[in-house]
Design a protein around this ligand. Structure first.
Ligand SMILES: Nc1nc2c(c(=O)[nH]1)N[C@H]1C(S)=C(S)[C@@H](COP(=O)(O)O)O[C@H]1N2
Ligand SMILES: [Mo]
Length: 252
């Protein structure tokens, strides 16, 4: 079956199923096409499956909107973070020369990257929108290297389905599917608005996922794990957000 007709079939099928027979049938169709998000078992799960499946079928290759330099927010809002502690301060005093981003899991060459190594990779920038689920937003320029470049350097295996990412702050960990992980706008970011990435905005390294809400753009990233199954991470819902009542998939 061609890409177009398969896509049409899934879209029509999902819409019809949701309308005629409710979310349960849509869920079954989504399962057949590998479109079940990891938090589908929680209370709001049926709706989550439909949102994720429909978005993935319709917008798999779409780009987050990019803005002009003139539209960059004059006062971007750094959401407050919990105190980072003495060890973070020590690393900061050493200009983050000791900061490492570990890449492990289903990769041919598990390894870690220093900030300097990441800065030596293809440098990209994007002017995109950060939107918090609490209602505020801002536009900023993000500078970094595509996550796909880091995954290539570590030799991510073809069967990888998700990238789990962790922060220096243990409560903040998320995961994304390969549609977002390999997307050209998903960055390991180290710069903002022409300069270094300020600590308040996640420096020295932040994962920038502009096709999803702000909470998926985790600050202070320390580890990426490639996996084909999210069951063994945390409570098995895919990330910290569904454990706290937020959706794993937060597409905008
Ligand atoms: N490590 C870490 N990452 C984080 C957070 C945090 O508290 N700690 N807050 C998240 C939330 S809820 C949002 S909306 C964005 C806020 O990004 P900003 O500070 O650039 O506005 O960062 C996300 N990443
Ligand atoms: Mo947020």
């Amino acid at each position: 079956m061609s890409g177009i007709s398969r896509r049409k079939l899934i879209t029509t099928g999902l819409a019809t199923a949701a309308g005629a027979s409710g979310l349960a049938v849509a869920g079954k169709l989504a399962a057949r096409y590998g479109l079940i998000p990891p938090d589908s078992g929680v209370l709001y799960g049926a709706g989550e499956t439909l949102t994720y499946a429909a978005q993935r079928v319709l917008t798999r290759h779409s780009m987050a909107r990019e803005f002009s330099r003139a539209e960059i927010s004059k006062e971007p809002f750094a959401n407050e973070v919990a105190p980072l502690g003495a060890e973070f301060q020590r690393l900061q005093q050493g200009s983050f020369a000791e900061w490492r981003l570990v890449v492990d899991g289903m990769v041919a060459r598990p390894r870690s990257f220093s900030v300097a190594e990441i800065k030596s990779y293809p440098r990209r920038s994007q002017i995109t929108f950060v939107a918090c689920e609490e209602g505020w937003s801002y536009i900023a320029e993000w500078i970094g290297t595509p996550l796909s470049h880091i995954l290539d350097a570590a030799g991510a295996l073809p069967q990888v389905r998700y990238i789990v990412y962790r922060s220096f702050q243990p409560d903040w960990w998320e995961s994304i599917d390969m549609s977002d992980a390999l997307h050209p706008q998903t960055f390991v970011a180290y710069g903002m608005n022409g300069g270094d990435l300020p600590i308040g905005f996640g420096g020295p390294l932040r994962l920038r996922v502009p096709r999803q809400l702000g909470y998926k753009s985790v600050k202070y990233i320390t580890r990426l794990t490639a996996t084909d199954d999210l069951k063994h991470f945390g409570k098995g819902l895919g990330s910290a957000s569904p454990e706290g009542g937020y959706a794993w998939y937060a597409g905008i």
